[in-house]
Design a protein around this ligand. Structure first.
Ligand code: HEM
Length: 63
């Protein structure tokens, strides 16, 4: 629930989603990503979801 909920749910949720979609489109069009380390990254439990244990390091190169 990234935008909260109830009476004070985020007022910018739709704008934030459009911004994120645009950013990801440009980002993936311009850059090629590869894992920084070989093999699978460990997963750890944070708050109420699984996250990458080492921060999901990637190498970004211009396409
Ligand atoms: C990824 C981007 C964003 C995230 C993750 C996010 C997340 C949140 C969260 C968790 C809350 C609190 C909800 C609650 O108390 O239940 C909140 C409130 C709010 N957000 Fe965002 N937000 C984002 C972007 C934006 C943007 C772009 C705007 C405005 C253009 C915005 C405007 C607001 C406002 C005005 C509130 C207060 C609503 C209230 O108290 O009634 N947010 N946001």
């Amino acid at each position: 629930m990234p935008f909260g909920g109830g009476a004070h749910t985020c007022l910018g949720d739709r704008l934030a989603m459009v911004q994120m979609r645009t950013f990801l489109q440009v980002f993936t069009r311009e850059l090629a990503l590869s894992p920084a380390w070989p093999g699978d990254e460990r997963v750890r439990w944070k708050a109420f979801c699984n996250v990458q244990a080492a921060g999901c390091r990637v190498i970004a190169r211009p396409r």
